[in-house]
Ligand binder design. Structure first.
Ligand SMILES: C[S@@+](CC[C@H](N)C(=O)[O-])C[C@H]1O[C@@H](n2cnc3c(N)ncnc32)[C@H](O)[C@@H]1O
Length: 287
């Protein structure tokens, strides 16, 4: 059976999606419109350019309208599509798990650089969520062994799938609570964490999309620093001599987290900026 063709071309659909997203004040409306077109047509960027005068099928148009309807309610595009890309790999995402952010790629990149010359490095990713940081390390540094620790069942379901998909050989899941020192009985070359770091009373003020994400992935306590304080102190003995503790930080978190690392006795504390010039990564070394 041939598919019914509607009158709207890919180019017209792209324009229509863009203007509706813009009207709904969605910041990245151009980028998102392109993602929706790619999803609906199954085309790559290049194929879209080659075929932009092609008409959508009725099915594609219905699909586009269904995606748009949800997105205009400010439901995150990543949850609607069910996947998102991070550092060149595809991750399953959905309600209950934090969506991987592009800003976090610099955290993964920093860790890759720190372990690149270590043979068979052992890594612990605390508060792993989708697993985007730890899985990237395992996939990029194939002689590493990466343990990804996560407490909550919803993210754990995505994490299991993402490990299977992207780094089944050398990434492993560890279920448990950071505040019970999960995984701390081993020694690591590097411990990394992008912990919840939003101040509790700021959660209600976040963008509408972020409020669809789990509070347990965001809430870092009254001053946003609960996880940093605990991990810096309680996981220090889990690092080998010369081992690194790496944190993602919020745009205004560098001074406070630097202070925590200094007080916990870490040396050579370094802060790195992300691609938008915000301080995004901090790391220190143990003697
Ligand atoms: C900010 S998200 C980071 C997720 C992922 N690492 C990333 O960069 O996208 C924090 C994660 O910590 C998890 N989490 C919160 N409290 C935890 C705890 N006490 N122990 C372990 N994981 C926890 C949340 O479920 C969430 O997946």
């Amino acid at each position: 059976m041939t598919e019914k063709i509607c009158k709207m071309t890919i180019f017209e659909a792209y324009g229509d999606i863009k203007s509706q997203l813009k009207e709904a004040q969605i910041e990245d409306y151009v980028f998102e419109a392109k993602q929706i077109i790619k999803y609906v047509t199954g085309y790559t960027n290049k194929e879209i350019l080659l075929n932009y005068t092609e008409s959508l099928t009725d099915f594609q148009k219905d699909c586009m309208e269904a995606v748009l309807k949800e997105r205009l309610k400010r439901y995150p595009l990543q949850y609607i599509l069910g996947f998102w890309d991070f550092y060149g790999r595809r991750y399953k995402v959905g309600p209950g798990v934090l969506i991987p952010r592009q800003d976090t790629e610099i955290v993964a990149e920093t860790c890759i650089d720190l372990i690149k010359d270590i043979k068979n490095p052992k890594v612990l990713d605390l508060c792993a969520g989708t697993g985007c940081i730890g899985i990237t390390l395992a996939a990029e540094k194939q002689d590493s062994l990466v343990t990804l620790a996560e407490k909550y069942p919803e993210p754990i379901a995505f994490l299991e799938e993402n490990i299977k998909q992207n780094a089944p050989e050398n990434a492993k899941l560890l279920k448990g609570d950071v505040f019970e020192k999960i995984g701390s009985d081993e020694k690591y070359d590097l411990i990394v964490s992008n912990p919840p770091y939003v101040k509790s009373d700021e959660i209600a003020k976040l963008q509408p999309e972020v409020r669809f994400e789990p509070v347990s992935a965001l809430d870092g306590g009254a001053d946003g620093l609960d996880f940093y304080r605990f991990i810096a102190k309680e996981y220090k003995n889990s690092l080998k001599p010369g081992g690194r503790l790496v944190f993602e930080i919020g745009f205004d978190g560098a001074d406070a987290v630097k202070n925590i690392l200094e007080r916990s006795g870490y040396k050579n504390i370094t802060v790195k900026k992300d691609y938008y010039e915000n301080e995004r990564v901090i790391f220190g070394t143990v003697d």
